[in-house]
Design a protein around this ligand. Structure first.
Ligand code: HEM
Ligand SMILES: *[C@@H]1O[C@H](CO)[C@@H](O)[C@H](O)[C@H]1NC(C)=O
Ligand SMILES: *[C@@H]1O[C@H](CO)[C@@H](O)[C@H](O)[C@H]1NC(C)=O
Ligand SMILES: *[C@@H]1O[C@H](CO)[C@@H](O)[C@H](O)[C@H]1NC(C)=O
Length: 325
């Protein structure tokens, strides 16, 4: 026993060497994960996303947002997609999601199309990651290779959906802390917020900003006030574009809006508010440099879609994205 202790066996040595040198890492995401098992996955997802966006341009924005709201709660594990049942409370009715996140029917269509070509192979979590990329590309944004190999959760968290998805009334300090808890930097926060170059928001989410905040262009505030009554409860769900210039094109106008104090959400304008605040230079930079924004947005998206994936034997490959197998 003593000699065994002093001279560990060769397999044990190899094990220690490999696990500690990182040469034998835990299963990780990779771009060719479905290279053999489902090479058709990309074409299949793309064509459903394409036709959904053709029917309604906004859907591209809605699909992109799904990935954010999934990844910030328990990691990128499709926990967001689980439906509530009488015995199970999922994330869909949590405050940031209820009557707000959309696109679940499109995800169902994509999953059905993928199941047809490769049954039981592709996770719903990976479908969300590919779908977000495709939406950005179709609306004119940057392209990138999506890392794959996530598996689907067998749980969800209503509580964490309420606590960990940042709300629109957050300050810059609150937003920074929220992203830091997910391993994302201030730079990632600023680049990823550029997703608000597409899509719409409801009056209840920007009412305080257009009536009470002072860091807003007054003619822009008046324009938005005309379609968002001051009284809480009246016109709460009336929509306005997050980017007043080109709400269905993925470009850098979001930053141009911030520089002109025409951000729609309080949280948007927080990124460009106080002179001397450490987010100001990057907002200015992106407002004048689309290529830099696109580059950093891609970096942020890859980091965000890497948050705590289930890999290897963890979780499962759901048959139906709305329920556990
Ligand atoms: C920085 C913190 C963020 C806050 C506080 C925030 C908040 C919001 C709010 C309040 C809305 C409008 C929802 C509604 O009125 O129903 C919205 C929409 C949207 N968000 Fe964010 N968001 C943030 C970050 C992100 C990120 C990181 C992404 C993606 C990378 C994203 C993508 C979107 C998209 C695309 C929409 C429009 C969705 C649609 O039209 O269906 N957001 N966000
Ligand atoms: C979600 O919204 C519905 C209205 O569409 C409301 O009846 C329900 O109480 C909300 N759920 C939660 C948990 O707030
Ligand atoms: C937001 O920031 C304020 C101070 O800037 C802090 O008191 C508060 O606890 C923060 N809220 C959250 C939810 O992080
Ligand atoms: C604005 O601030 C006042 C005073 O704090 C508050 O009563 C009101 O609800 C806020 N929001 C709007 C939309 O006026």
């Amino acid at each position: 026993m003593a000699s065994n202790f002093l001279f560990p066996s060769l397999p044990l040595l190899l094990f220690l060497l490999l696990t500690h040198s990182g040469a034998w890492p835990a299963p990780q995401l990779s771009t060719d994960f479905y290279g053999r098992s489902c090479p058709q996955v990309f074409d299949t997802v793309r064509s459903v996303v394409q036709s959904a966006i053709q029917q309604e341009r906004r859907m591209g924005a809605s699909l992109l947002r799904l990935l954010f709201h999934d990844c910030f709660v328990l990691g990128c594990d499709a926990s967001l997609l689980l439906d509530d049942t009488p015995t199970f409370r999922g994330e869909k009715t949590a405050k940031p999601n209820n009557n707000s996140v959309r696109g679940f029917e499109v995800v169902d269509q994509i999953k059905a199309a993928v199941e047809k070509v490769c049954p039981g192979v592709v996770s719903c979590a990976d479908i969300l990651a590919i779908t977000a990329r495709d939406s950005v590309v179709i609306l004119g944004g940057p392209d990138w290779e999506v890392k794959l190999g996530r598996r689907d959760s067998r749980k969800a968290s209503f509580k964490k959906a309420n606590r960990e998805i940042p709300p629109p009334f957050f300050s810059l300090a609150n937003l920074t802390a929220s992203f830091a808890r997910k391993g994302l930097s201030l730079g990632d926060l600023i680049a990823l917020s550029g997703a608000h170059t597409i899509g719409l928001a409801q009056c209840l989410n920007f009412r305080d900003h257009i009536y009470n905040d002072t860091d807003i262009d007054s003619s822009f505030a008046k324009m938005r006030q005309a379609y968002c009554p001051r009284a809480v409860g009246s016109g709460d769900s009336i929509l306005a574009p997050l980017d007043l210039q080109t709400p269905t094109v993925f470009n850098n106008d979001y930053y141009n809006n911030l520089v002109a104090f025409k951000g729609l959400l309080h949280s948007d304008q927080e990124l460009f508010k106080t002179i001397g605040s450490n987010s100001v230079p990057l907002v200015k930079y992106y407002s004048g440099n689309t290529a830099a924004f696109f580059n950093d947005f891609v970096v942020g998206m890859i980091k965000m879609s890497d948050i705590r994936p289930l890999t290897g034997k963890k979780g499962e490959i759901r048959k139906n994205c709305r329920k556990m197998n």
